[in-house]
Design a protein around this ligand. Sequence first.
Ligand code: 0O2
Length: 201
Amino acid sequence: MNWEAVLAPYAQAVEELKIKLKGIRKQYEYESKHSPIEFITGRVKPVKSILEKTELRNIPLDGVEELPDIAGVRVVCPFVDDIYAIVNMIRSRKDLTIAEEKDYITHKKASGYRSYHIIIEYPVETIHGVKMVLAEVQIRTLAMNFWATNEHSLNYKYKGQIPSAIQSRLQRAAEAAFRLDEEMSAIKNEVLEAKRIFHRK
Ligand code: 0O2
C-alpha cells in the first residue's frame, strides 16, 4: 500500500481546515472581539494507529476511508459556550457537510473524557477531481484539553490499562476540570473586560 499517496488528501484536508479555522480567529482579532478559538492543532493519523483501528474493527485495508478520524483537527476554546459558537459556525458552513455529531460534553465518556466531536465530509480538489474525505473536528476547552492530553499519555504508557488508583485520580481530575470550566464561565464577562483593558494599555 502506498500510504503517502493514500494519506495525501487527508493531509491536504487537515492543512486547509487549519488555515480556515485560523482565519476565523484572525477575523475576531481584527474586529477586537473575543475569539472563541484559543488555538488549533491538526494531524493525520499515523499509519500504525490506522492499522490498529482497522484491525480492531475488522475493516479491510481497502476500506480505510471508512475511518472517520484519519484527518483530525482540534479546536481549543477558552470557555464552554465558545464550543457551541464553533459548533454553530461549522454547521452553517457551505464548504463541508456534517456526517455526525457526538456530544461528549453533556454525555461524558466513562473515562471522564469531555469534548464535542463533529465528523465532516470535506471535498479535496485532486488532479483527478474532487475527493470527499471524512475528517473529525474535536472541539474542547483548555481545561478539557489539559485533561485529555494527560490521559492520552497515560493510556499510551499503560497500553490502555491504566491502574485503577490512577484511573480514579483521573476521574477526580475530570470533575475538577469540569468545575473549573463552570467557575470560569460564571466570571467570563469579568475576564473578557479585564482582557480588553489589558490590551488597550
Ligand atoms: P488519537 O491518538 O487521538 O487519534 P468509540 O468506539 O465511539 O468509543 P471512536 O469511534 O474511536 O470511539 O470515536 P470517538 O469516541 O469519537 O473518539 C475518537 C477520538 O476522540 C480518539 O481518537 C481520541 O482522540 C478522542 N477520545 C475519545 N475518547 C477519549 C478518551 O477517553 N480519552 C482521550 N484522551 N481521548 C479520547 P483515537 O484514535 O483514540 O486517538
